[in-house]
Design a protein around this ligand. Sequence first.
Ligand code: NAD
Length: 424
Amino acid sequence: MAYIEPAPLKDKENPFEAMMSRFHVAAQILGLEDEIYNVLKNPARQVIVSLPVTMDDGSIRVFEGYRVIHSTILGPSKGGIRFDPHVNLDEVKALAAWMSWKCAVVDIPYGGAKGGVTCNPREMSTGEIERLMRAYTQAMADVFGPDQDIPAPDMGTGPREMAWLMDQYSRYKGMTTHAVVTGKPLVMGGSLGRTEATGRGVMVSAMAAMEKLKINPYKATCAVQGFGNVGSWAARLLHERGLIVQAVSDLSGAYFNAQGIDIEKAIKYRDANKGSLEGFTGAEKISNDDLLTLPVDLLVPAATEDVITSSNVVGIKARLIVEGANGPTSSKADNVINEKGIMVVPDILANAGGVTVSYFEWVQNRLGYKWTADRVNRRSDRIMKDAFNNVYKTSQEYKVPMRIAAYMVAIDKVAKTYKFRGGY
Ligand code: NAD
């Protein structure tokens, strides 16, 4: 059957607009010159390729693939590859810029990039996905490189696809090149600690924020939206630090228990139940919307974008929001959150633990050496804590919310580096 492009979701905020509205405010407070503003606003490079792939039935289908490099000012660009029917150039551009700010805010020596192919991997065989990944890699062989542009998994891709990418690139170069991609399987140069890295970074950010807000973690309650990689790891690690996780959720709904959800039991249940919490006992079932407005100390949106919006923000009672997901808060909800005095640790800071450990994977590949999980965790915790303190200090100094402060830290770093390096 022919592929039909789905209609755009009309009530959703365009991710590029959401990012640009915050970028604009931060740039104004910093007094960023118009020239530099324009440099940082526009992606450095946009590559679009047509990828003919032989399907299992012998027909040839042509897929469209993208790679957008937003910036290489701080170093080689870094960013995931998305295989999804909604992939389009605008979205890839926004996500590439997002990566620039994320890397800059945690002070790792990368620029930002993103890639994607408009396809539906759920309707493709393993062989078709492999041929598509190899075709994409071959088409981008001159874009990628350990010192140029380093891809990683994103929605619809994982370690398996990264293994094919690494292999195809290595064939093209005539030498094994581990450091061209991160998120690889552990046996072929992946890093220990990567799976839990984003959830762990969320926990470190939450603990640092609670310390500033004088919230005692042993008396604090929390709700986590999304029980995938980020949400379940964040819930588990927050519970280990003493918090009572009163609610968790996934696409099947939300599960509430005032005494605390047994997180290990919930993870075991999900793993034995095709990844879903549907039917989980030991909790009362509530809706995902109700989870967001629970009277908890900490709210962790770790599912998807645009869940805290102008229509539900008024009901939010948490004192602290730590954004595990990318873009969970629409820019229109920002003002109400600020008026309510809720502290938000924004996505570009709170979920940067993942890219930090990806950076460690690249470092280990280049060293030809493997670190222990303990070393990876200690180093990523330190990077996350330092980044949090830096953003917090900026927010106090300029009397701005943490989100704007994070953009200010990132933009300032990239702009200053640009000025030192110089343009034409
Ligand atoms: P995942 O696919 O492993 O899990 C997503 C979870 O959210 C699932 O439990 C799913 O059922 C649930 N979910 C989806 N839509 C929902 C909705 N509308 N309401 C409630 N639950 C919903 O994904 P993940 O890797 O955990 O990523 C989650 C978010 O974190 C995404 O925004 C992703 O971009 C972001 N993120 C992930 C990483 C990473 O390292 N995995 C890094 C940075 C940012």
